[in-house]
Every structure is written in C-alpha cells, then in structure tokens.
Unconditional design. Structure first.
Lengths: 209, 209, 209, 209
C-alpha cells in the first residue's frame, strides 16, 4: 500500500527548481530612450530585483525545510501525495505575489501588496502544517523519529504559522518591517534541524539516489 | 529490444513538474490605480485563482495516475514511448485551456470556455486509453499483474473516457456543475489503486532510483 | 579523466522536458467579443495547435534519438559536453521557430516561415552529427559497439542532414509538403534502433538510475 | 549533521536546465507585413540570437564548472546550501541581463547593456568564490583532495573574479571586445580540470545516480 518517497521527492524537487527559476520572467526589460537612459531604467527596477531576491530566498528555505521534513518520512500514501500537492501549490503560486510586490514596492499601495505577499505565506504555512499532520496521523515517520521529536516538529510548524499571520497583519501598518521580519524568521528556521538519530543521515545518503 | 522504464519515468516526471508550475504564468498582475485599488484588482482575479487551483489539481491527479500505471510496466518500447508522448502532449497542453477558462469564467462565454476545458480532458483520456492499450498489446505489464487486474484497469480507463465526454456535453448547459463533476471524478480516481502483488511495492521502492 | 554519462543524461533530459513543455506558452488566449465568439477565436488558432503538436513530436523524437545514442556511450569528456551543449542549444531554440511558424502558417509568408522552421532542423542535425563525430573521435562508444555499427550510425546521421537540407529548399516552393516530409522522416527514424549487443540493454537498465 | 550531495546536485541541475531553456522566451516573433518581409524581420533579430547563444554558452560552462566543483565535495551543510543558493540565484538571473543585452546590442546604449551583462558575471563569480570558501572552511572537500589542489582551486576562482571585474570596466569603452574576452575566458576555463586522485572519477561514476 505504501512505497518509498523517492519519486515524490524527485517531483517536488522539480517543482521547487522550476518555481525558483520562473521568478526572473516577471522582470521586463526597460526600453532605452523612452524614459531617460538605459542605466536609469535598470536602476528604477530595484523593486523587481528586491522582490526577485526575496522570493528566491523564500523558495530556497522552503526547499531546505521540505527536504529536511521528507528525510524523516518512510513511505508515501495517497493522503501524503495530496497534502504534499497542497504544499507545492503554494510553491508554484509564489511567482504571482512576487510580481504584485515588485509592481507596487515603490508605489502608494505598498501595504496592500506586502500584505498579499505575506498572506501567501500564511496559506503556505497552513499547507505545510497539513503535510506534517498527515505524516503524523498516517504514522509515516521513520521508526527512528521518536514521539518527542515529532512533537517538537509539529509545535515548530504551528509557531511559524502564527508568526506569518502576525507579519501579514503588521504589513498593513509597517510593510517594510514585515518583510524584514519574514527574512529573519526564515534565517532562524535554517538554524533548526531535527535529528532523528545519529546513524540516519549516513543511511539516508545511501538510500537517496 | 526493451529496457526499464526509469528514463521514461524521469522524463515524464519532468514534464509533469514543469506543466504544473507554468500554470502561474497565465495570471497577470493587476495595475493599481487604473481600475480602483490594488485590493479590488486582486479580488477581481478570482477566476484566475480558481482555474489555477483546478488545473493544478488535475495535473497532480494525472501525475499520481501515471505514476501508478507505470509502476506496473516492466519495459519500454517504441510504441510505448509514442503513446506516452501523446499522454504528455495532453499534459503540456493544459495551461492553454486553463488560461481560456480563467479569461472567461466570469464572462458571457463561460459555457464555451468550460466545454473547451473539459474537451481537453476527453482528448487526454483518449491518450491514456491509448497508453494502456499499448502496454497491454505489447505485453509490457510486469508478470505479477494478472489478466483480471489488466481487465479492471482497461475498463476503468474506458469508463473515465465516457464520463469526460458526458461532462463536456454537460458544460454546454450547466458549466459550473460540469467543473464540479470533474473534481468529483478525480477525487474518486485517487481512491482506486491497482495492486499487482503484495511484494511489488517494496521491490519497486528499491528499483526506482 | 572520464566519468559515466549519468549526469549529462539527467541534465539533457531536463532540457528536453522543459523545451517540450514551454511550447504551449506561445499560444495566447483569444479575447471573446473582440472578433466574433470565443469559439471562432479558438478555431482560428489552428495554426498554433498544429505548430505546437508538430514541434512536440519533433522534440519527442529528438529525445528518443538522443537517448538511444547516449546509451552507447561509456564516458563523458569535455569535447562531448560541448558537442552535447550544441545539440541542446538546438533543442532549446525550437520554441522560437515554432512560434514563427504558428504566426505565419495561415498567412502570405508561409514559405519563409516553413523554410526558417526546417532550416532549424538543418542546424540541429549538424549539431547531432558533431555529437556523433565527437563520440567516435574520442573513442567513447562502449566496447560492445563494433566499428560496423558506428559506421551505420554515422551514415544515418549524415543522410538525415542531407534530407533536412532538401526539405528546407523544398519549403520555399511547397511548404506544406516539406512539413509532411519532416514528419515522415521522423516516423522513419523511430523505426531504426542501433543494437550494440544482446546483453547490453539489460545491463543498461541496471546502470541507468 | 551532514549528508551526501546527491539532492543538492539534482536541485542545482534542475535550476541550470531550466535557466538555460528559459533564455528562448526572451525572443519575440517578428510580425510580417508591419516592417518589411518576415525574412527581414527574422534577420533583424540577430542581436537576440547572439545574446541567446552567448548566455547559453555561459550557463553551460557554469554548469560544467559547478559539476566539477561539487564532485570534490563529500557532504552538505546548511552554510553550503545557502552559498550554493547564492550561486543559483546568479544562474536564474542570467535571462534578464541577456534580454537587456539583446534589446540594446544594435543600439546606442550598447556599452551600458554589455557592462550590465558583464557586471552580472562579477556577482556570479563572487557567489562561486563564496561557495568555494564555504566548502573549504567547512572542510567539506573529499579526503582525496589535498591542500595543494584546494589552494589551486581557490586561486583559480579569485583570478576569474578579477578578470570579470576587468571585462566589466572594459565594456564601458569597447563593449564587443569585452564580450569576446568573456567567451575566451570561459573556453579557457573548460580546459582546466581539478583531479583529486586517479581513482575518484571512477568511484564518482558509481556513486552519482
């Protein structure tokens, strides 16, 4: 009824790699001569560069997080495929709020744009909480992952969800601070790593193709 | 003359992952100030979000289905590569009817758009029926897959084809009900899983790289 | 100095899968109400559908051909990576002549568009001839591939090159016949398969991840 | 704490394959009849073809270089994932300066466009220097890679950085010579290959899936 996670991992990796690369398509070339020099045009695109770099970083951290979570999973089931699909739906959606952010970062509607951008992370965090809950409910964690570690993982995902709700609300008041907080949260996330057992990483390195 | 399915699987996975990620490119950023606030513009895009989520779900279920079918195949031949190519042609086409649907979901031509969208699934189901027939005719099912299971698989694919023809015709009258039925059919498809033999999934997990 | 072809294969597969999926982005949604009904608009796009299906088939056959050639290669070198890069440059270029073809298939400049489309295949065939020559000159064929087989492969690639030059010239006079001939050539190519030795396919199936 | 580099390699390969294939999307179809014949329009796109081929070559060489570097790495850590992310950020950015180059190669602002294009390589080289430094500082080179080889690799990356700074400055004066120098540097880079030890390539071929 169950099987290894290699094909779901490969599919997810593909989606992450494509979503992170599509971000660049949202930046369009400035036309020299129309509004000042080409140089002025390239500099005026700073909101696009910032939004591009920000979303690149967000998808990269999400990939690392997804990678770390799936390392602890022993098998694939239908509910897992659906929950993972929800997480990937969020990842593929990111280029759109990124483009909205880039188009409005220097304008008068910046708080709406940042709230929409951060609101996407609330939905994304919801999808990842669903994924973790599906893994836990289906008892799909590897046997080396003890109940305490599972508890810590689930708490961690719930706390992140609450933080994303908070930054979205904050974006309506101080949008740039909300963006900065999002980066800080993700830099912090990178420092956490759930260790199932000393021997697993090595074993994993052999299993993963 | 024949070989394993690992490379055709990897190629197909790549196509699925890209098609599912390209869907977002069809949603274009609303321009604040032109027609009301940015918020109004983002809300007015609901047909795009709906079409995006719908097609994401369709491609995800198709990937799961394809995955499940190819698990039962022992070898690749030229006819199989061509039939699989037809199935992938359908998958890569999906972003276009999705965009047509998104552009017309709130307009006066919604029934044409939904019929075109559902009509794509008829062609797609035809391609998958061709794929199953090619596998059966070439005797490419793994030895563990008995004649009865093959019969059930082929009947299942034929029934789905008939349902898609029916929903396409229904779309001309009640488009939204036709869309809802499509989701229901796919949720049902996710519940079916052909079991070749108790030992195969484990063996598969080792074979798949 | 040399290594297996697994990573160059994976990279090439990725490029093939992306190029074949990007083709759909060239078809843009008709706007209902502007020029007749949505249905009229969708039907008027037949040159886009035809160009899309044609190029999909071309890339699919090229992938099968590339796949079959690389199966016979035992190691990767720098010249091979460069020659393979030329072949992939051709593959990634295909969406552009496809769009040119779609935009002009029903117009007055159809012969220029078809000649440009077929001319791309001349360059592509040149790149594949370079690839085969690089493999032969670097003695990178597996030991099971005898000199006679290598000779037949190289002759086959040279003949295809000449045919593509001929169809490009023919396109200037009878464009649609030239397109039909291109399909026929590729259907014929699918029937040829170079057999190194009876035992290799099985061995390959184990080596390829 | 550490694991093999197979998944970071697969993710990076995906990003390289997508970035190299997206380049073609920047070339838009000329409209026949508007400005002379279709043939004139296709010929007038030569800056787009040149920029496309140039960036294809740049990404291809970067992929080969990345591939060669990661072959020498024994494990993945968080800092490595972040530094590799910076290198991939550069790779995914390349389609944008390519489009800027194509739009201005035949115009009056060619020196700004080429300087922007070459300036991207300075940032990219910076990211790769960071990647090498992260590998060295984390002692992530395979045990077979001796201190002397590591020294040569790091010196090589630093020299390349200096050359890219020089060509960017040169672009402000003689843009086309700067582009030619960039090609020359990369052709030279292809000739260098760091050998860890005689037995490693073979072993690598077995380890890499």
């Amino acid at each position: 009824m169950t099987e290894g996670t290699s094909r779901i991992d490969a599919f997810s990796d593909g989606v992450f790699a494509i979503a992170i690369t599509l971000l660049i398509l949202e930046i369009s070339v400035p036309h020299a001569g129309v509004e000042g020099s080409l140089w002025t045009g390239l500099v005026a695109l700073w909101p696009s560069y910032l939004a591009f770099a920000l979303s690149f970083f967000v998808i990269l951290v999400t990939w690392v997080t997804h990678h770390d979570l799936m390392r602890l999973v022993r098998a694939t089931t239908r509910p897992l495929q659906l929950a993972n699909g929800c997480a990937l739906l969020y990842v593929t959606f990111i280029p759109f709020p990124t483009a909205v952010l880039a188009a409005n970062l220097g304008g008068s509607e910046v708080s709406t744009a940042v709230a929409f951008y951060c609101g996407t992370f609330v939905l994304g965090s919801g999808a990842f909480n669903l994924l973790v809950a599906t893994i836990a409910r289906g008892q799909l964690f590897r046997p080396e992952v003890d109940a305490q570690t599972i508890g810590r993982i689930r708490r961690g995902y719930r706390i992140t969800f609450v933080i994303y709700v908070a930054t979205t609300l904050m974006a309506l008041v101080t949008p740039l601070l909300a963006l900065a907080l999002n980066v800080a949260v993700r830099l912090h996330l990178l420092r956490i790593r759930y260790q199932p057992a000393p021997s697993v990483p090595r074993q994993e390195a052999q299993l993963t193709p």
